[in-house]
Design a protein around this ligand. Structure first.
Ligand SMILES: NC(=O)c1ccc[n+]([C@@H]2O[C@H](COP(=O)([O-])OP(=O)(O)OC[C@H]3O[C@@H](n4cnc5c(N)ncnc54)[C@H](O)[C@@H]3O)[C@@H](O)[C@H]2O)c1
Length: 447
């Protein structure tokens, strides 16, 4: 099938490469010339495990092509995926200018009956707006489809290749048949394609992200309360996660959610509520709790070092909003760095993938270390903010020796408090007792 994907970011590039991998002829189009020129040479704009191989192989076999000519991409397509960004507008609503800019071109350039797929996360009603733009110039029939994307950055290729489910909002048999054919190779193990009306498909994506963000904020609040009452959130997490009604995912406490989706999608859903005359109280609280949670690591640093952080040098392990990605959009690390610099502290950071992205965003406001150990030199404390695997088992003797003070603030609960006590490290984590507390006082540690 001839498929074009407009918008070659995290989502568009993964979608394009995976659809080429199953034998389709795919054109990926983007307005950013430098991005497209690099992609033609197999230089990827993002770090995403497994993606480079896919792009290289499918380009080599001629099934995957890159262009800045959006019109030509539309002209060659039976199915067009719109995967451009939908950043938050000033009022929190999803800014649809890029989606509608693509829609405006579709009618002018289409050469056949087409399916137009909104892959971008868009509020209910967007497919209608896209269709209205296309209709202004359309010379052929077209069929709208809402196909929200549920991939996780860091596991995006796997998620697309082996989805839990595919959600398709359609309004015609033509769209239904074309989309069934496209997704058939990805659901061979029996995972469902769930067909529904377009409005429900658009809403499903926001409801999914709203629910996941809610779990994170809920667990962060429980973790904060655990600290007050002397409970251990790791035990509480296991205790509730083993309940099949709750399940174990997205219950890890941390420094607040970030990334390109949860923050903006929660905002957009709250805004949809406002537009519909509804106050979405749970999601409003989810967002507030998250903003507050982003301050927790700085609070813990102050607890460890003292109120005045001026002149303090902080080592930071991790910058990306989560491991296996270089994405720093809305990352909690950015808020922490901002707070530390404002307080007169200095920061040296390390991240296995996001160093270029960090340099681009932060310039020389902080310093950067080649290795996580280099980062520790002359630091008064280490803050762990992203749970990269390589931070899980460091040489603690070396860590302690490099630090000016033996302080670790662990935003991801990577380490065992008991071990930290043995190493003589003052250890502050999320929702667990501090290491100074006598072992006998700990709740549930032996379980
Ligand atoms: N990143 C994720 O994990 C993820 C997951 C699911 C859904 N989504 C949704 O998918 C959409 C895209 O997200 P992303 O993270 O890939 O964004 P991104 O910013 O990485 O990529 C968007 C791309 O669209 C291009 N673009 C903008 N306007 C254009 C136009 N008029 N014509 C052609 N190209 C244009 C940009 O140059 C950019 O390369 C968003 O709606 C997002 O909410 C993202």
């Amino acid at each position: 099938m001839n498929i074009s994907v407009v918008g070659t970011g995290y989502v568009g590039l993964v979608v394009g490469a995976c659809l080429a991998e199953t034998g389709n002829d795919v054109v990926c189009a983007d307005v950013m010339e430098s991005k497209i020129e690099n992609l033609k040479r197999n230089i990827l704009p993002i770090y995403e495990p497994g993606l480079e191989d896919l792009v290289e192989r499918n380009q080599q076999h001629g099934r995957l092509n890159f262009t800045t000519d959006i019109g030509a991409a539309i002209a060659s397509a039976d199915v067009l995926f719109i995967a451009v960004g939908t950043p938050p507008d000033e009022d929190g609503s999803a800014d649809l200018q890029h989606v509608l800019a693509v829609a405006r071109q579709v009618g002018k350039h289409m050469t056949r009956e087409m399916v137009i797929v909104t892959k971008s996360t868009v509020p209910v009603g967007t497919a209608g707006k896209v269709a209205a733009e296309i209709r202004k110039h359309a010379k052929f029939p077209f069929h709208m489809c809402s196909n929200p994307e549920f991939l996780k950055e860091g596991a995006a290729v796997d998620d697309f290749m082996k989805p839990d489910r595919v959600v398709l909002g359609v309004a015609s048999d033509f769209a239904r048949e074309m989309m069934t054919e496209i997704y058939a190779p990805f659901v061979r193990t029996g995972k469902p394609i769930i067909f529904m009306d377009i409005a429900s498909a658009e809403m499903t994506k926001y409801a999914a992200n709203g629910m996941l963000a809610t779990r994170i904020s809920f667990m962060n609040e429980i973790a904060n309360l655990c600290e007050r009452v002397g409970a251990n959130v790791d035990m509480v997490r296991k205790g509730i996660g083993s309940d099949s009604r709750i399940g174990p995912s997205f219950l890890f406490p941390g420094p607040g959610y970030g990334g390109s989706c949860f923050p903006k999608d929660v905002k957009a859903l709250v805004r949809t509520g406002v537009e519909m005359g509804m106050d979405l109280q749970i999601l409003t609280a989810v967002e507030q709790v998250n903003e507050r949670q982003k301050l927790r690591l700085a609070e813990k640093l102050r607890e460890a070092i003292g109120e005045d952080l001026s002149g303090i040098h902080v080592a930071m392990w991790g910058l990306a909003f989560k491991p296996q990605t270089d994405d720093m959009r809305d990352a909690p690390s950015l808020k922490l760095i901002e707070d530390l610099l404002e307080a007169g502290a200095t920061v040296c950071a390390h991240d296995p993938a996001a160093m270029n992205e960090a340099r681009h965003r932060l310039g020389d406001t902080i310093t950067y270390a080649e290795t996580n150990y280099d980062c520790l030199k002359n630091a008064d404390a280490l803050v762990v903010i992203t749970d990269w695997n390589e931070y899980r088992h460091p040489d603690f003797a070396r860590v302690k020796e490099s630090l000016r003070r033996p302080v670790i603030v662990d935003g991801r609960n990577l380490y065992d408090p008991e071990k930290m006590r043995e190493h003589g490290i003052r250890y502050y984590s999320m929702g667990r007792v501090k290491v100074e507390q006598p072992a006998a006082m700990r709740v549930g540690e032996s379980a």
